[in-house]
Design a binder for this molecule. Structure first.
Ligand code: PGA
Length: 252
């Protein structure tokens, strides 16, 4: 059985005091129901949020990480810096980074290798645009992204990753993929993992759904066989809705 995961992606939001109080609210209200909770603040807030979460079961993620461990990369953040702040997860290849910052499949793959070498769990994001879905190209797109992100990984390494299927048309739009639409893609991704690695690896890797996850639609999503949790933007910015998702995560 895969552990359910609810991962918050706070994106470029909140002032530091707001981030700290959100983290405290989540830590205080976190249900002890076996759902793994991860929050990912903007990098300049990681230090303060890390302190706020110390001694709580809530885990810390970063929204990006450079593949180099140090050097002349103005504006970037390296793994060892994240490590010092008790970061365990890194979101890689989010569609906003691909779209606005030119992140390529190859770059994502380099970051995945670097993250694994430094003992992080990469949360590898992929998903199709509305045009791609309407043209019938969803599977081709996500298979391509998944294979590229995992290029060169051993099965053992792949088992340390988390995949997040996030249809771009559903992110921040209030339009969620239906549970059936999401399940179809998740089952397909698991088949790709089975083909690329083996049965055990495909069954081990959590596949999260992302794109307008809310307390009102999460129970039907998480009830699907291959949906192991959510990567959540908007609804992760309030302790109340994030904790509601955490509670729903177990009841499915
Ligand atoms: P959303 O964002 O929940 O606000 O749609 C999801 C994401 O981008 O991870």
């Amino acid at each position: 059985m895969r552990t359910p995961i609810v991962a918050g992606n706070w994106k470029m939001n909140l002032a530091v005091d707001e981030a700290v109080s959100l983290a405290r609210g989540i830590a205080e209200g976190a249900p002890e129901n076996g759902v793994k909770l991860i929050v990912s603040p903007v990098s300049v807030h990681l230090s303060a949020v890390s302190e706020a979460l110390a001694a709580s079961p809530v885990l810390l993620g970063a929204q990006n990480m450079h593949w180099a461990t140090s050097g002349a990369y103005t504006g970037e953040v390296a793994g060892p810096m994240l490590r010092e702040l008790a970061v365990r997860y890194v979101i890689l290849g989010h569609s906003e980074r691909r779209q606005h910052f030119g992140e390529s499949d190859e770059g994502v793959n380099r970051k995945v290798h670097s993250a694994l070498a430094q003992d992080f769990h990469p949360i590898i994001c992929l998903g199709e645009t509305l045009d791609e879905r309407e043209a019938g190209n969803t599977e081709t797109k996500v298979e391509c992204q998944l294979r590229a992100a995992m290029s060169g990984l051993s099965a053992e390494q792949a088992q340390q990753t988390i995949v997040a299927y996030e249809p771009i048309w559903a992110i921040g739009t209030g339009k969620t993929a239906s549970p059936q639409q999401a399940q179809e893609v998740h089952a397909f991704l698991r088949d790709v993992l089975r083909d690329r690695f083996d049965d055990n690896t495909a069954n081990e890797i959590p596949i999260l759904y992302g794109g307008s996850v809310k307390p009102r639609n999460f129970d039907a999503l998480i009830a699907q066989k291959d949906i192991d949790g959510g990567l959540v933007g908007g609804a992760s910015l309030k302790a109340e809705s994030f904790l509601e998702l955490a509670r729903i995560g177990r009841s499915a």
